[in-house]
Ligand binder design. Structure first.
Ligand SMILES: [Zn+2]
Length: 348
């Protein structure tokens, strides 16, 4: 083919491509085999369906959707058996903070902080994090077929659903030794703002936290999927505990890859890592490279991230895994790493 012919073919090709974009049918989605949902999967699904419904407007910071989200989370975490973890009677449960948003506009928003009190808080504390905010109808929300609301079902209603059910199971169990804190962070999508506010103004000194676990963008994979650990610095002791817990709970751990490692600094745990607090994210969704890549291509930060595409099988497994892991991290007998302040030899 000569150059002229080639260029003509290119032009025709480009036109065909444009025409195809305007009318292209969606590539077929994976059809997962129908199965009966476990009671835990049902519970997770109910939370996701609520938080990712249009009524919440996509959980954008500073909107009516934020107020509804905070109400739902506080009510669910209270019903699960937690108490406020702000240690500020003026702001039970809701820690206000602000950050500079677009065009230097100040955005006022909140973190939700809950606590399951331990019997020996002098041994430190453990923290579970999941961000509550999403893109709403803001500029970063990619519209999808006339839908303008980024509901954030996978990112991160799925992580919030897991947090609620993990809280319920931990509160029902024996009292932990260390305090267990729960942070539903705001402003994550604007750059981990809520997590950084927590580290700058923590409810107890930051060096009390011996382990931080983040839940973000679960809800992609079927039951019995492997998981990956994305770990910040100072996590050697924690990694041993994670390995052992994975072994004991039948979870297969796989090595991180380039795609999921790119998210290490783009998730709330990083705000703790840079402050020298051991922080990890243990995730089945990040480990499932084919589904994670398809999610990034198709639904990530797009109005199509709705409850209809959520698969909560692996999320349910990861609830059980995190309950076991947090129970162990909350005991100095199973995670002997001491907080950096001195512990008396006479302490139990
Ligand atoms: Zn996001």
């Amino acid at each position: 083919m000569g150059v002229r012919g080639f260029l003509r073919a290119m032009a025709v090709g480009a036109f065909a491509l444009l025409a195809a974009c305007a009318h292209a049918p969606e590539p077929p989605r994976e059809v997962l085999p129908a199965r009966e949902l476990s009671p835990l999967e049902q519970a997770l699904h109910t939370h996701v369906a609520e938080l990712a419904s249009d009524r919440y407007g996509g959980r954008e910071v500073g909107t009516e959707g934020e107020a509804l989200t905070l109400d739902y989370l506080q009510a669910q975490l209270e019903a699960a058996g937690l108490e406020s973890g702000t240690h500020d009677p003026g702001h039970d449960w809701r820690k206000p903070f602000s950050f500079e948003g677009r065009r230097k506009k100040t955005v006022q928003t909140h973190n939700i902080i809950g606590r399951l009190p331990g019997t020996g808080p002098r041994f430190g504390a453990v923290l579970l994090v999941a961000h509550w905010d999403h893109l709403g109808q803001g500029r970063e929300c990619r519209r999808h077929r006339g839908d303008r609301i980024c509901n954030g079902a996978i990112d991160n209603a799925s992580g919030l659903a897991m947090m609620i059910e993990i809280a319920r199971q931990l509160a029902k169990g024996p009292r932990p030794v260390r305090d267990i804190y729960f942070l539903a962070s705001g402003g994550e999508e604007a750059g981990l703002k809520g997590a950084y506010d927590f580290t700058a103004d923590p409810p107890v000194p930051l060096d009390k936290f011996v382990a931080v676990f983040n839940l973000d963008t679960e809800g992609l994979s079927p039951p019995s999927s492997p998981a990956v650990v994305l770990a910040g610095p100072r996590t050697e002791g924690l990694m041993e505990l994670i390995d052992k817990t994975a072994n004991d709970t039948g979870v297969t751990l796989v090595a991180p890859n380039e795609r999921n490692l790119a998210f290490l600094k783009r998730q709330d745990g990083w705000a703790f890592a840079v402050n020298d607090v051991p922080a990890v994210i243990v995730s089945a969704a990040f480990a499932d490279d084919a589904r994670f890549a398809a999610f990034l291509d198709r639904d990530y930060h797009r109005a199509s991230d709705g409850v209809e595409h959520v698969e909560l099988g692996a999320a349910a497994d990861m609830v059980a895994f995190h309950v076991a892991l947090i129970t162990r991290a909350a005991s100095p007998a199973t995670l002997p790493q001491a907080p950096r302040d001195e512990i008396s030899a006479n302490d139990p």
